[in-house]
Design a binder for this molecule. Sequence first.
Ligand code: TNX
Length: 530
Amino acid sequence: MKKSIWTLLLSGTLVLGACKKSPPLSDAAIIPLPLEISNGSGSFALTPETGIKLIGSGDHLTKVGEHLAEKLRPATGFDIPVSFDAGQIVLELTGNEFSEAYQIEISDAEIKITSAGEAGLFYGVQTLLQLFPHEIANSTVQSVNWEIPGGTIKDEPTFGYRGSMLDVARHFISIEDVKYYIDQMAVYKFNYLHLHLSDDQGWRIEIKSWPKLTEIGGSTEVGGGDGGFYTQEQYKEIIAYAADRFITIVPEIDMPGHTNSALASYAELNPGVNLPNGKLDSVNKAPLDYEMPLKNPQASELYTGIEVGWSTFAPKLELTYAFVDSVVREITEITPGPYFHIGGDESHVTEKEDYVYFVERVQDIVSKYGKTSIGWDEVATAKMLPGNVAQFWALEENAKLAKEQGSKVLMSPAKKAYLDMQYDSTSRIGLHWAAYVELDSAYLWEPTEYAAGISAENILGVEAPLWTETVTNRADIDYLVFPRLTAIAEVAWTKKERRSWEGYSKRISVHGKKWDIQGVGFYKSPKVIW
Ligand code: TNX
């Protein structure tokens, strides 16, 4: 008798527990926050019988379905079959265009994600994954009620270019870590990964016609470590991995400054002067009226410090352009995306008129190989080719010059979007020449209002660069990038009117729980209750 009362009480509690209303869809911790969320009735729960049904035709449709299933299987322990026949989670491709917009409808019986494009469907999947309890991030089976509230989500991005940059030159970043980074970017709906492939300290991409670039130029890094480089095959592997996650690679060869690794690899690229006594003037500090070709060029020494602005290609040397042509040709041949980044920043030892001449010639080379140039904002001091892009990082007057030429601006203000800035003076790594960038500061800015005179119609998008002078391993990446990357994701995707620090800081704490489960060593900002 006693026992049955207990059983009754216990089962009553269980029933009550199960009926406990889960929070409405509009409270879900989705980052970036979608355009529209409306609450519905009921809820959908995953069961061992749940499957994914695909509708439509597209090269990536099956991959998108499999991607979702792979993320759901480990923590649920369910089979989650993917097919064109049956399933309660429906992924429907309604068109065959490029579209990043999607819609999700959740009812008791099914979840339906629709989009006119595969990218949109993929983003719908990312949103859906954020609706399940955070335990979904586990790699072992959890006993959790995998239920999500009913309702509808309609979503599309504000900006078409939502990027991040990895500086693989200052410290080389392994392919494994680049793929890890791509995985994280995909969760937050980024679509461009800019790889800073060369700088004073290292050359990181194989160029078959100039092999010493990687043999010599790739052999070290900041601090004097071993450095490294990607073979062209490995670079293609990164491109394919990113493409499966709807991320396009933007390769950068930084020039005419930031070129010491190339100048250390090939003596003949160095500016210099044949002095009357037959000796060569000191490398990199040559006057501009030197005679060419040089008689006794000397290679510069490899560099492992972190100073900037002291190296330059020789803009008057014809060989420079033959070299750039080969590099651009070999890289663009294996780069499917529309952009080639030509750098152009901090060329402090290149004469102004030489700099302009150089940038204009290099733009022509890039255009000849069918790509659009992006350059750091200084390139706007040259005549930009129509369609070329200036990446704003420091100087508003350069952004203005770009606008006046009818060029678009990619917004990467160092004071907000630089992931290598310290959070505060106690941060264990990072620089602070632009600012200390706490999480709220990275979140609280609006690209269309940031630089005087640069408004929505002038802006291509937003990019968050991670410079790696102080970054040597995965733990360092985690610490500087998370959570700030998610703040930039929301700035780039979600309309200003929808964003609020209060809302974001609540939602981000749920992502913190997932990162803890996954072993992501993020910065526990004191501005958030984790
Ligand atoms: C400035 S931003 C640079 C980089 C450094 C970075 C460090 C830019 C175009 N140039 O060379 O790595 O600061 O924060």
